[in-house]
Design a protein around this ligand. Structure first.
Ligand SMILES: C[S@@+](CC[C@H](N)C(=O)[O-])C[C@H]1O[C@@H](n2cnc3c(N)ncnc32)[C@H](O)[C@@H]1O
Length: 317
Protein backbone atom coordinates (compact mmCIF):
# COMPACT_ATOMS: atom_id res chain seq x y z
CA UNK A 1 0.00 0.00 0.00
CA UNK A 2 1.27 3.53 -0.77
CA UNK A 3 2.02 6.02 2.02
CA UNK A 4 -0.54 8.61 0.91
CA UNK A 5 -3.92 8.66 2.60
CA UNK A 6 -6.58 7.10 0.33
CA UNK A 7 -9.75 9.11 -0.32
CA UNK A 8 -11.61 5.88 -0.87
CA UNK A 9 -11.24 2.26 0.24
CA UNK A 10 -12.73 -0.57 -1.81
CA UNK A 11 -13.20 -4.03 -0.28
CA UNK A 12 -13.42 -7.09 -2.58
CA UNK A 13 -13.95 -4.83 -5.59
CA UNK A 14 -14.65 -6.22 -9.05
CA UNK A 15 -11.62 -6.44 -11.31
CA UNK A 16 -11.06 -2.96 -12.71
CA UNK A 17 -8.12 -0.64 -12.34
CA UNK A 18 -8.61 1.39 -9.09
CA UNK A 19 -8.61 5.20 -9.37
CA UNK A 20 -5.45 6.96 -8.19
CA UNK A 21 -6.90 8.01 -4.85
CA UNK A 22 -8.38 4.56 -4.12
CA UNK A 23 -6.87 1.76 -2.03
CA UNK A 24 -8.17 -1.79 -2.07
CA UNK A 25 -8.55 -4.73 0.27
CA UNK A 26 -8.33 -8.07 -1.61
CA UNK A 27 -9.96 -11.20 -0.21
CA UNK A 28 -8.41 -13.75 -2.57
CA UNK A 29 -5.53 -14.19 -5.01
CA UNK A 30 -7.64 -16.41 -7.25
CA UNK A 31 -8.98 -13.56 -9.37
CA UNK A 32 -5.72 -11.63 -9.60
CA UNK A 33 -3.49 -12.27 -12.58
CA UNK A 34 -0.48 -12.52 -10.25
CA UNK A 35 0.08 -13.57 -6.68
CA UNK A 36 0.48 -10.33 -4.81
CA UNK A 37 -1.89 -7.40 -5.06
CA UNK A 38 -0.70 -4.31 -6.89
CA UNK A 39 0.66 -1.16 -5.20
CA UNK A 40 -2.48 0.35 -3.66
CA UNK A 41 -3.94 -3.01 -2.62
CA UNK A 42 -3.61 -4.88 0.66
CA UNK A 43 -4.56 -8.38 1.71
CA UNK A 44 -7.55 -8.81 4.01
CA UNK A 45 -5.50 -10.90 6.48
CA UNK A 46 -2.93 -8.12 6.79
CA UNK A 47 -5.40 -5.21 7.07
CA UNK A 48 -7.30 -7.07 9.81
CA UNK A 49 -4.12 -7.00 11.92
CA UNK A 50 -2.91 -3.45 11.22
CA UNK A 51 -4.17 0.12 11.45
CA UNK A 52 -4.24 1.53 7.90
CA UNK A 53 -4.97 5.15 6.97
CA UNK A 54 -8.73 5.77 7.00
CA UNK A 55 -10.75 7.26 4.12
CA UNK A 56 -13.94 9.32 3.89
CA UNK A 57 -15.61 6.88 1.47
CA UNK A 58 -15.64 3.08 1.52
CA UNK A 59 -17.23 0.63 -0.95
CA UNK A 60 -17.79 -3.03 -0.09
CA UNK A 61 -18.80 -5.88 -2.42
CA UNK A 62 -19.49 -8.77 0.02
CA UNK A 63 -18.75 -12.04 -1.85
CA UNK A 64 -21.98 -14.04 -2.17
CA UNK A 65 -20.50 -17.50 -1.54
CA UNK A 66 -19.05 -16.60 1.86
CA UNK A 67 -22.39 -15.98 3.52
CA UNK A 68 -23.74 -13.33 5.86
CA UNK A 69 -21.31 -14.18 8.67
CA UNK A 70 -18.50 -12.55 6.70
CA UNK A 71 -20.61 -9.40 6.19
CA UNK A 72 -20.38 -8.85 9.97
CA UNK A 73 -16.59 -9.20 9.83
CA UNK A 74 -16.42 -6.77 6.90
CA UNK A 75 -18.65 -4.36 8.84
CA UNK A 76 -16.11 -4.56 11.69
CA UNK A 77 -13.20 -4.01 9.26
CA UNK A 78 -14.87 -0.93 7.79
CA UNK A 79 -15.87 0.53 11.18
CA UNK A 80 -12.65 -0.14 13.05
CA UNK A 81 -10.03 0.09 10.30
CA UNK A 82 -11.06 1.80 7.07
CA UNK A 83 -13.75 4.45 7.61
CA UNK A 84 -12.71 7.88 8.87
CA UNK A 85 -14.97 10.04 11.00
CA UNK A 86 -18.09 11.06 9.00
CA UNK A 87 -17.31 8.52 6.26
CA UNK A 88 -20.03 7.24 3.95
CA UNK A 89 -19.98 3.53 3.19
CA UNK A 90 -21.71 1.86 0.22
CA UNK A 91 -22.50 -1.87 0.22
CA UNK A 92 -22.92 -3.29 -3.31
CA UNK A 93 -25.00 -6.47 -3.41
CA UNK A 94 -26.67 -8.71 -5.93
CA UNK A 95 -30.40 -9.43 -5.56
CA UNK A 96 -29.59 -13.06 -4.64
CA UNK A 97 -27.65 -11.93 -1.57
CA UNK A 98 -30.79 -10.57 0.10
CA UNK A 99 -29.78 -6.89 0.31
CA UNK A 100 -32.81 -6.00 2.45
CA UNK A 101 -31.96 -8.55 5.12
CA UNK A 102 -28.29 -7.51 5.01
CA UNK A 103 -29.45 -3.90 5.46
CA UNK A 104 -31.53 -4.90 8.51
CA UNK A 105 -28.55 -6.82 9.91
CA UNK A 106 -26.31 -3.76 9.51
CA UNK A 107 -28.94 -1.56 11.17
CA UNK A 108 -28.95 -4.05 14.04
CA UNK A 109 -25.19 -3.50 14.30
CA UNK A 110 -25.73 0.26 14.67
CA UNK A 111 -25.42 1.43 11.03
CA UNK A 112 -27.60 4.48 10.25
CA UNK A 113 -28.86 6.85 7.53
CA UNK A 114 -29.23 4.11 4.91
CA UNK A 115 -30.38 5.03 1.41
CA UNK A 116 -30.99 2.35 -1.24
CA UNK A 117 -30.37 2.60 -4.97
CA UNK A 118 -31.38 -0.26 -7.26
CA UNK A 119 -29.77 -0.84 -10.65
CA UNK A 120 -30.69 -4.03 -12.58
CA UNK A 121 -29.78 -6.90 -10.22
CA UNK A 122 -27.64 -4.76 -7.93
CA UNK A 123 -28.64 -2.88 -4.78
CA UNK A 124 -26.34 -0.14 -3.50
CA UNK A 125 -26.89 0.54 0.17
CA UNK A 126 -25.26 3.75 1.42
CA UNK A 127 -25.02 4.52 5.11
CA UNK A 128 -22.90 5.45 8.07
CA UNK A 129 -21.04 3.00 10.31
CA UNK A 130 -21.38 3.12 14.10
CA UNK A 131 -18.57 4.69 16.16
CA UNK A 132 -17.23 1.30 17.22
CA UNK A 133 -17.87 -2.37 16.46
CA UNK A 134 -17.13 -5.70 18.09
CA UNK A 135 -15.40 -8.38 16.05
CA UNK A 136 -17.90 -11.25 15.67
CA UNK A 137 -16.89 -14.69 16.90
CA UNK A 138 -16.12 -17.15 14.07
CA UNK A 139 -17.57 -20.66 14.30
CA UNK A 140 -15.03 -22.96 15.95
CA UNK A 141 -14.49 -26.59 16.89
CA UNK A 142 -12.07 -28.70 18.95
CA UNK A 143 -10.17 -31.66 17.55
CA UNK A 144 -7.49 -34.10 18.63
CA UNK A 145 -4.78 -34.57 15.98
CA UNK A 146 -2.15 -37.15 16.94
CA UNK A 147 -1.81 -36.69 20.69
CA UNK A 148 -2.63 -32.96 20.70
CA UNK A 149 -5.93 -31.28 21.53
CA UNK A 150 -6.44 -28.23 19.36
CA UNK A 151 -9.10 -25.55 18.85
CA UNK A 152 -9.78 -24.08 15.42
CA UNK A 153 -11.84 -21.18 14.11
CA UNK A 154 -13.19 -22.34 10.72
CA UNK A 155 -15.86 -20.26 8.99
CA UNK A 156 -16.70 -17.86 6.13
CA UNK A 157 -16.61 -20.42 3.31
CA UNK A 158 -13.13 -21.70 4.20
CA UNK A 159 -12.62 -25.45 3.53
CA UNK A 160 -13.93 -27.96 6.10
CA UNK A 161 -15.79 -25.72 8.57
CA UNK A 162 -17.15 -28.14 11.16
CA UNK A 163 -14.45 -30.78 11.64
CA UNK A 164 -11.01 -31.83 10.45
CA UNK A 165 -11.36 -33.24 6.92
CA UNK A 166 -10.61 -37.00 6.59
CA UNK A 167 -7.82 -36.31 4.07
CA UNK A 168 -6.26 -33.76 6.43
CA UNK A 169 -6.41 -36.29 9.30
CA UNK A 170 -4.70 -38.99 7.19
CA UNK A 171 -1.98 -36.61 6.01
CA UNK A 172 -1.38 -35.45 9.60
CA UNK A 173 -1.11 -39.07 10.80
CA UNK A 174 1.50 -39.91 8.13
CA UNK A 175 3.41 -36.62 8.53
CA UNK A 176 3.55 -36.94 12.34
CA UNK A 177 5.80 -40.00 11.82
CA UNK A 178 8.31 -37.93 9.78
CA UNK A 179 11.74 -37.00 11.09
CA UNK A 180 11.63 -33.57 12.84
CA UNK A 181 12.58 -30.51 10.77
CA UNK A 182 12.97 -26.82 11.51
CA UNK A 183 10.20 -25.56 9.22
CA UNK A 184 7.23 -27.25 7.58
CA UNK A 185 5.61 -25.64 4.52
CA UNK A 186 1.84 -26.12 4.25
CA UNK A 187 0.67 -25.31 0.72
CA UNK A 188 -3.05 -24.49 0.71
CA UNK A 189 -3.11 -24.13 4.50
CA UNK A 190 -6.85 -23.32 4.80
CA UNK A 191 -7.65 -22.52 8.45
CA UNK A 192 -4.32 -24.14 9.40
CA UNK A 193 -4.99 -27.64 10.85
CA UNK A 194 -2.01 -29.43 9.24
CA UNK A 195 0.72 -26.90 9.91
CA UNK A 196 -0.54 -26.35 13.46
CA UNK A 197 -0.80 -30.09 14.22
CA UNK A 198 2.70 -30.75 12.86
CA UNK A 199 4.33 -27.98 14.90
CA UNK A 200 2.42 -28.90 18.07
CA UNK A 201 3.19 -32.59 17.41
CA UNK A 202 6.94 -31.84 17.33
CA UNK A 203 7.60 -32.61 13.65
CA UNK A 204 8.50 -28.97 12.98
CA UNK A 205 9.54 -25.99 15.07
CA UNK A 206 7.64 -23.48 12.95
CA UNK A 207 5.61 -23.23 9.75
CA UNK A 208 5.33 -21.25 6.54
CA UNK A 209 2.09 -21.45 4.63
CA UNK A 210 0.36 -20.35 1.45
CA UNK A 211 -3.20 -20.09 0.29
CA UNK A 212 -5.04 -18.14 -2.39
CA UNK A 213 -7.72 -17.21 0.13
CA UNK A 214 -6.80 -14.28 2.35
CA UNK A 215 -9.75 -15.01 4.69
CA UNK A 216 -8.37 -18.55 5.21
CA UNK A 217 -4.96 -17.05 5.98
CA UNK A 218 -6.50 -14.70 8.55
CA UNK A 219 -8.09 -17.70 10.31
CA UNK A 220 -4.86 -19.73 9.99
CA UNK A 221 -2.89 -16.95 11.68
CA UNK A 222 -5.48 -16.59 14.46
CA UNK A 223 -5.51 -20.37 14.98
CA UNK A 224 -1.70 -20.50 15.00
CA UNK A 225 -1.50 -17.81 17.69
CA UNK A 226 -4.28 -19.44 19.72
CA UNK A 227 -2.56 -22.85 19.59
CA UNK A 228 0.92 -21.44 20.33
CA UNK A 229 2.41 -21.99 16.86
CA UNK A 230 4.75 -19.70 14.92
CA UNK A 231 3.44 -19.46 11.36
CA UNK A 232 4.15 -17.05 8.50
CA UNK A 233 1.46 -16.87 5.81
CA UNK A 234 1.62 -15.79 2.15
CA UNK A 235 -1.31 -15.24 -0.21
CA UNK A 236 0.01 -16.66 -3.47
CA UNK A 237 -0.94 -19.53 -5.84
CA UNK A 238 2.74 -20.39 -6.35
CA UNK A 239 4.14 -23.01 -3.91
CA UNK A 240 7.58 -21.45 -4.50
CA UNK A 241 6.42 -18.17 -2.90
CA UNK A 242 7.70 -19.57 0.42
CA UNK A 243 11.33 -20.64 0.92
CA UNK A 244 12.49 -24.26 0.40
CA UNK A 245 11.88 -26.45 3.47
CA UNK A 246 12.89 -29.97 4.53
CA UNK A 247 9.19 -30.92 4.69
CA UNK A 248 6.25 -29.73 2.56
CA UNK A 249 2.66 -30.91 3.01
CA UNK A 250 -0.40 -30.24 0.87
CA UNK A 251 -4.01 -31.36 1.08
CA UNK A 252 -4.37 -30.82 -2.64
CA UNK A 253 -7.11 -28.44 -3.83
CA UNK A 254 -8.81 -30.47 -6.55
CA UNK A 255 -11.58 -28.01 -7.53
CA UNK A 256 -9.22 -25.79 -9.53
CA UNK A 257 -8.85 -25.78 -13.31
CA UNK A 258 -6.32 -27.95 -15.18
CA UNK A 259 -3.82 -25.13 -15.78
CA UNK A 260 -3.86 -24.07 -12.10
CA UNK A 261 -3.54 -27.71 -11.06
CA UNK A 262 -0.50 -28.25 -13.34
CA UNK A 263 1.14 -25.07 -11.98
CA UNK A 264 0.48 -26.16 -8.38
CA UNK A 265 1.88 -29.68 -8.95
CA UNK A 266 4.90 -28.28 -10.78
CA UNK A 267 5.65 -25.97 -7.83
CA UNK A 268 5.19 -28.84 -5.35
CA UNK A 269 7.55 -31.04 -7.41
CA UNK A 270 10.17 -28.27 -7.37
CA UNK A 271 9.75 -28.04 -3.57
CA UNK A 272 10.36 -31.81 -3.31
CA UNK A 273 13.87 -31.30 -4.75
CA UNK A 274 14.92 -29.81 -1.41
CA UNK A 275 13.02 -32.03 1.02
CA UNK A 276 10.18 -34.47 1.64
CA UNK A 277 6.85 -33.79 -0.03
CA UNK A 278 3.63 -35.35 1.30
CA UNK A 279 0.35 -34.72 -0.49
CA UNK A 280 -3.11 -36.15 0.12
CA UNK A 281 -5.85 -36.66 -2.47
CA UNK A 282 -9.12 -38.55 -2.61
CA UNK A 283 -8.49 -42.15 -3.74
CA UNK A 284 -10.58 -41.61 -6.86
CA UNK A 285 -8.07 -38.94 -7.98
CA UNK A 286 -4.90 -40.73 -6.88
CA UNK A 287 -3.90 -41.86 -10.40
CA UNK A 288 -4.09 -38.31 -11.77
CA UNK A 289 -1.85 -36.79 -9.09
CA UNK A 290 0.53 -39.79 -8.94
CA UNK A 291 1.07 -39.31 -12.70
CA UNK A 292 2.37 -35.74 -12.11
CA UNK A 293 4.96 -37.10 -9.65
CA UNK A 294 5.92 -40.14 -11.79
CA UNK A 295 6.30 -37.99 -14.91
CA UNK A 296 8.79 -35.86 -12.94
CA UNK A 297 10.84 -39.03 -12.29
CA UNK A 298 9.94 -39.27 -8.58
CA UNK A 299 9.54 -42.55 -6.66
CA UNK A 300 6.28 -42.57 -4.75
CA UNK A 301 5.44 -44.14 -1.39
CA UNK A 302 1.71 -44.73 -0.97
CA UNK A 303 -0.10 -44.49 2.36
CA UNK A 304 -3.70 -45.46 1.59
CA UNK A 305 -6.53 -44.66 4.00
CA UNK A 306 -10.24 -45.51 3.79
CA UNK A 307 -11.11 -42.74 1.31
CA UNK A 308 -7.84 -40.87 0.66
CA UNK A 309 -4.22 -41.67 -0.16
CA UNK A 310 -1.10 -39.88 0.98
CA UNK A 311 1.62 -39.80 -1.69
CA UNK A 312 5.11 -39.17 -0.32
CA UNK A 313 8.25 -38.43 -2.30
CA UNK A 314 11.77 -37.92 -1.04
CA UNK A 315 13.86 -34.93 -2.05
CA UNK A 316 17.00 -34.88 -4.13
CA UNK A 317 17.90 -34.12 -7.73
C1 LIG B 1 -8.46 -29.11 0.29
S1 LIG B 1 -8.25 -27.51 1.01
C2 LIG B 1 -7.14 -27.90 2.35
C3 LIG B 1 -7.10 -26.85 3.43
C4 LIG B 1 -6.32 -27.25 4.69
N1 LIG B 1 -4.93 -27.55 4.35
C5 LIG B 1 -6.96 -28.44 5.35
O1 LIG B 1 -6.36 -29.52 5.26
O2 LIG B 1 -8.04 -28.29 5.93
C6 LIG B 1 -7.22 -26.74 -0.20
C7 LIG B 1 -6.84 -25.29 0.09
O3 LIG B 1 -5.97 -24.87 -0.97
C8 LIG B 1 -6.27 -23.54 -1.32
N2 LIG B 1 -5.74 -23.35 -2.69
C9 LIG B 1 -6.31 -23.51 -3.91
N3 LIG B 1 -5.41 -23.28 -4.88
C10 LIG B 1 -4.24 -22.97 -4.27
C11 LIG B 1 -2.93 -22.64 -4.72
N4 LIG B 1 -2.61 -22.58 -6.01
N5 LIG B 1 -1.98 -22.37 -3.80
C12 LIG B 1 -2.26 -22.42 -2.47
N6 LIG B 1 -3.48 -22.74 -1.99
C13 LIG B 1 -4.44 -23.01 -2.87
C14 LIG B 1 -7.77 -23.42 -1.13
O4 LIG B 1 -8.13 -22.05 -0.95
C15 LIG B 1 -7.98 -24.28 0.11
O5 LIG B 1 -7.86 -23.51 1.29
Amino acid sequence: MGNTQPRRWQVAAPLTEPARDTSRVELAASHLSHGSPAGRCSWFHEVMETTPATADAVDVWPPAYRGKALVKVLAWLVTERLAGQDAWVTWHMDKQQGPDSIGRMLEGLGWTEFSRRRELRMTHLRGRPPATAELPQAAEFSARIGATDLVFEADYGVFSPRSVDDGTALLAEVALAEKPVQTVADIGVGYGPLAIALVRGGVATDAVATDIDSVALWLARRNAVRNGVTMTVTCDPDPLAVPPTALTVCNVPTHIDAAQSRALMSGLITRSRSGRLLIVVHRSLEGRYAAHLKNAGLDIERHPGPAHTVLAVTGGE
